[in-house]
Design a protein around this ligand. Structure first.
Ligand code: FES
Length: 129
């Protein structure tokens, strides 16, 4: 199996069973984003203690790329500090996905990162003092 097929299988696995899937009643931050191009959505719930993301849940409804991206990102940032994850770049996220993403699918891939960045902005504005 070549490398690209391995990444594709990995994306499909995350799509079929997204990691950290679910909702949290009393999350420190709950943020919802929508891909304006297709209407697909992602809810992200962060539990933050001492500026560290101690838990995260994601509730994506979208295509394989967007769901896999949310799932992989949730694994990546769980347990990390807000300051560490807030500078995460789109290149890092695309590297996690591991396959070439066409310009049309870029919004799908980046929905999770946009949701994370906006969640952190909300946290810092209202709760991070
Ligand atoms: Fe909607 Fe990918 S087609 S997020």
């Amino acid at each position: 199996m070549d490398i690209e097929m391995m990444y594709q299988e990995n994306i499909l696995d995350h799509y079929k069973s997204p990691h950290n899937f679910g909702k949290v009643e009393n999350a420190t931050v709950h943020h919802h984003e929508k891909n304006p191009l297709c209407g697909d959505e992602l809810d992200m719930f962060l539990i933050v203690e001492d500026k560290k993301i101690v838990d995260i849940k994601v509730y994506p409804t979208g295509c394989a790329i967007s769901v896999a991206s949310a799932s992989m990102l949730s694994d990546e940032i769980k347990g990390k500090g807000i300051d560490e994850v807030k500078n995460m770049t789109k290149e890092q996220l695309l590297e996690m996905l591991g396959i070439p993403i066409s310009p049309v699918r870029l919004k799908c891939a980046l929905l999770s990162l946009d949701t994370l960045k906006n969640s952190i902005l909300i946290f810092e504005r209202y709760m991070g003092k």
